[in-house]
Structure formats: C-alpha cells, structure tokens
Design a protein around this ligand. Structure first.
Ligand SMILES: Cc1cc2nc3c(=O)[nH]c(=O)nc-3n(C[C@H](O)[C@H](O)[C@H](O)COP(=O)(O)OP(=O)(O)OC[C@H]3O[C@@H](n4cnc5c(N)ncnc54)[C@H](O)[C@@H]3O)c2cc1C
Length: 349
C-alpha cells in the first residue's frame, strides 16, 4: 500500500499503535482536534480486555473487571448502550495451603458489562471519531518529516505528525529498537522500556452443568504460594452464565504459567481443574464438561518505567500509553494513561 496523506487538509494526523483500552482512551481524548488512525495487529479491538462467547455463556478471559477509579467513572457511565454493571459479591482470599478466608474486600466497585468486559473498549472506539485498522501490525517506524509507519510486510501506512505507542512494554521496546531514528533519546527509551518486567498468566476456563453456590465472587491467593493465583465465578456477572450452570476462570500463578505456557487447552484445563477441585473441596470440579484456555505471555507489568524519559519524547511528537506507563496492570489505569497521552498530543496539535 502506498503512503496515505490525510484527507483533512492541514489537521494534525495522529497514529495510535494498539487498540486496547489505552489506545481507546487516547483516541477519545483526541476527538475534535486531530485525524486519528488506530493500528491494531489483532482482528478485534480490546487487547487484554477480552470476552468470548461459547455454548450459551459469555466469559471475560483476560481482565475480569474495571474499577471506578482514576477519574474514568463518568466516561464509562456515559457510553452508549446498557451501562456498566457492578459485581456485588466480594473477593475472598486463600493461602498456599488452600485455606480460604473472608477478607481483602473493600467497598470498591467491580465493573463489567452484561455483554462482557470487551464492551468497554468497543464502546470507547464507537464513541471516538478515530478510524481503527485491525489486522495491521506495525513492523517499523521511521522519524522522517513526522513519523512514517510501515506494516509487518514493509508497506507504508502513512506519515503522521504524532504517534502514540501503546503495545506492552517489551513490544514497544522492540519497535523502538529497530526504528529508523538517529537519536540518543531512542537508545535511552529502549533501555528504560525494555526493563519493565511483565508476568505471564495462563487462564483456564472450566464449565460445569450445575450451579455452584458460594458466598464470594472470587478468591485471590495473597501469599504467592499457590499455583492458582485467582479463581472467579463468571456467573456472578449478570447475563454471563445460565443460572443452572457454572463457569470458573482460574488464572494460574506466574511461575506455573511461564512453565506451562504453550501447552494444549486439555493439559492446562485438566491440571487447573484438579487444583480447583482441591481448593474448593468439591471433587465434581475435577471433571468440567467443557473447557477453554488462553495464554497471556505479556499479561501484566510488575513494575513501572522512567516516565521522565517518556515525557522527553513528547518533544519529538512521540507519546506512550498503557498499563506499563501507569506502572500497574489495571484497565482503569491503562485508560487514564491513554486519556492523558491523548490530551498531551492535543495540546501540541
Ligand atoms: C489474565 C489477565 C487478568 C487481568 N485482570 C484484570 C482485572 O481484573 N482488572 C483490571 O483492571 N485489569 C486486569 N488485567 C490487566 C488489564 O487487562 C490491562 O492492564 C489492560 O487491558 C491494558 O490495556 P493496554 O491498552 O495498556 O494494553 P493492551 O490491552 O495489551 O493493548 C495493546 C494493544 O496493542 C496491540 N499491539 C501490540 N503490538 C502491536 C503492533 N506492533 N502493531 C499493532 N498493534 C499492536 C495488541 O494487539 C493490543 O491490542 C488483567 C490482564 C490479564 C492478562
């Protein structure tokens, strides 16, 4: 494909790489000030905010819910369609020995949508004026008269006044490492961004043809001593699972996940089901009637980044957003980071 120029005359042209919630936030913040194109390597928007539909159930197989914090609440309640719903039941804890305790829970809201958590990025993109190009992996960026982007096949996708990079830190560092941009700052940015640690999480989805009554929505392991890190009941989200069925999401601990990443769904779900049956002391749970799984190699950042260096890149019309910029793997923080980046681009436009 040949390079494209904006059809909007002299209006600022902005490219956003990545259509997760950070990319969605950046696109929304730029409404009315720039012509925005969002490039997404996957065939759908949302990134790690993801929902599947199977056998009459809906389940969030990446992020589970979004908190109403960091000033994103008004934006989320203002989106088209049925508003966010709160998961009422609490989160309890368990330790390495499998002892379950009431606790940890706070009064925080746990938001999702009847149709799934992926409604959040979908509706943000619907609201924004930006154009989303899915199935388009950015393979190369070049500092030219602006920023020139190429897809993975080396085809030019256009030259933009500003770029916002939102892929997880290791992928953003790779793009910068190979960028055609002669600058000491590029090397400093690569060094800072590639140092952000990311953990791997394998999620097992376990379905049962019977109801499972428990006083909590989820259990979280608090001492890091169990191979299950998080276990939740998707049926606590209205509209996700029929009343006489159960669907459990088991997110496995980082070490276990890194070791078993890439194994088949049957292997992952089989091992997870055994552990879940043990943890909930219910042997029926060792034998789900259907299963699913997803490996998230870059699941969540375990640390932050030198934001002073990132801020300096703004002088070159290069911006960053995402949970790793915020320093924690949370939807509301990724969204906040995207909104902030979009506002900074708009100020320079
Ligand atoms: C298993 C799991 C459970 C979680 N649970 C929760 C939870 O309960 N609550 C919570 O708040 N958060 C949770 N999180 C974290 C939350 O999902 C993330 O913090 C948030 O979704 C990050 O959004 P983002 O836009 O920064 O990144 P992403 O969602 O990763 O978006 C980046 C996008 O960039 C795209 N991309 C990458 N490289 C390229 C390229 N070269 N060209 C084009 N596109 C590219 C990717 O395909 C992706 O769509 C969880 C995450 C995981 C994996």
């Amino acid at each position: 494909m040949d390079d494209r120029r904006s059809t909007h005359g002299s209006e600022e042209r902005v490219a956003i790489v990545g259509a997760g919630v950070a990319g969605a936030g950046a696109a929304c913040a730029l409404d009315g000030t720039a012509t925005v194109t969002v490039f997404e390597k996957a065939s759908r928007v949302g990134g790690r905010t993801a929902t599947r539909r199977n056998h009459g159930c809906r389940y969030d197989y990446g992020a589970n819910y979004c908190k109403d914090e960091a000033g994103v609440g008004d934006l989320l309640t203002d989106l088209n369609g049925e508003g966010p719903i709160d998961i009422d039941a609490p989160v309890w804890t368990f330790d390495g020995s499998g002892t379950v305790s009431e606790g940890r829970d706070t009064d925080e809201r746990k938001w999702t949508y009847r149709a799934g958590i992926d409604q959040l990025p979908k509706r943000l993109f619907e609201r924004s004026d930006g154009t989303v190009e899915t199935d388009t992996r950015i393979g190369h960026i070049e500092r030219a008269d602006g920023w020139r982007l190429e897809n993975a096949a080396g085809d030019g996708l256009g030259t933009f006044d500003s770029v916002v990079l939102t892929p997880p830190a290791p992928q953003t560092a790779n793009l910068l490492a190979s960028a055609a941009w002669e600058s000491d700052l590029r090397e400093e940015l690569v060094e800072s961004i590639e140092s952000v640690p990311f953990r791997t999480t394998v999620s097992a989805v376990l379905h049962y043809p019977f109801a499972l009554d428990r006083p909590y929505y989820a259990l979280v392991n608090t001492d890091g001593e169990h191979d299950v890190g998080w276990l939740s009941r998707e049926g606590c989200k209205p509209g996700h699972v029929p009343d006489d069925e159960s669907l459990l999401i088991a997110q496995m601990a980082p070490d276990w996940s890194a070791e078993r990443y890439g194994e088949s769904t049957e292997e992952i779900a089989g091992a997870a089901a055994e552990m879940v049956a043990d943890l909930l002391d219910d042997e029926r749970l060792a034998d789900p009637d259907w299963v699913d799984s997803k490996g998230w190699r870059l699941a969540q950042p375990d640390g932050g980044v030198d934001t002073e260096r990132l801020d300096r890149a703004g002088e070159e019309n290069l911006f960053f957003a995402g949970d790793w910029v915020a320093g924690e793997g949370r939807i509301h923080l990724a969204l906040r980071s995207g909104l902030d980046a979009g506002e900074r681009v708009a100020e320079r436009a």
